[in-house]
Design a binder for this molecule. Structure first.
Ligand code: C5P
Length: 231
């Protein structure tokens, strides 16, 4: 199935009935639907199987020893997600293990995307966990390089990091970008945002949008408007 639409809609809920309604409404406008940790822990594989209409991005941000992460990736391959996330800070061996596990699915394998530095962390937070040298952007670039060299297909990054990563890592690396707010919508807990069109212009392959769509009175119309703004 072609993933040619650049909009990914985050269906962040533990309620599988609600997620299904959202999926039905937004799927005509979305390249992928994103299911995260809260949905998957609450509903598991049976809940995943209820969501259809577009390919699924399963955002579990795996981080463990290589053998365990590889086992986790293999455990969800039968669900056929098109994207899976891991933490780049798990290190090269863990990223390679995730890549190899995904590759065992053959042509239909999921893309492995690495999260570098969570956007909730600032420089002080990094210092507190012993990542003292340099600034946040340097750490994002260091982990981004490491992840791509170890076999990740792409990165999840903030809108403010897209241009830097695109320039440093080249056109082949897939960049998936949350922290998106259409003009005029509430920022919520996303502090540093761009509009859909700005993020795509900066080099995003896909943008991830949650609450501006799922919190709208008409999620289908909200998704349609955003999709139109990035055609
Ligand atoms: O509702 P909102 O548009 O803020 O949703 C953004 C989605 O992207 C959420 O599912 C969130 O977990 C995810 N995300 C993020 N920031 C990151 C990584 C993922 O907001 N750095």
């Amino acid at each position: 199935m072609p993933l040619d639409k650049k909009l990914i809609v985050a269906l962040d809920t533990v309620d599988a009935d609600r997620a299904r309604l959202w999926a039905d409404a937004v799927s005509p406008h979305a390249g992928l639907l994103k299911l995260g940790l809260e949905f998957f822990l609450a509903n598991g594989a049976p809940g995943f199987a209820r969501i259809s209409g577009a390919p699924i991005f399963l955002d579990l941000k795996l981080h463990d020893i290589p053998n365990t992460v590889a086992g986790g990736v293999r455990a969800v391959l039968n669900l056929r997600p098109k994207m899976l996330t891991i933490h780049a800070s798990g290190g090269a061996a863990m990223i390679q293990a995730a890549h190899q596990a995904a590759a065992s699915a053959g042509a239909d394998r999921p893309m492995i995307l690495a999260v570098t530095v969570l956007t909730s962390l600032d420089r002080q937070d990094l210092e507190a966990i012993g990542v003292g040298a340099g600034n946040v952007a340097e750490q994002v670039l260091r982990l981004g390089r490491l992840a791509i060299e170890a076999g990740a297909d792409g990165l999840v990054c903030s809108p403010l990091e897209v241009a830097m990563l695109r320039q440093a890592l080249g056109p082949a690396v897939k960049l998936v970008v949350p922290g998106i707010r259409p003009e005029g919508s509430a920022t919520g807990d996303q502090a540093r945002t761009m509009t859909p069109a700005q993020a795509v212009a900066a080099g995003a392959d896909w943008i991830v949008v949650g609450r501006p769509i799922t919190g709208a009175p008409d999620p289908g119309a909200a998704a349609s408007n955003i999709a139109a703004s990035i055609q």
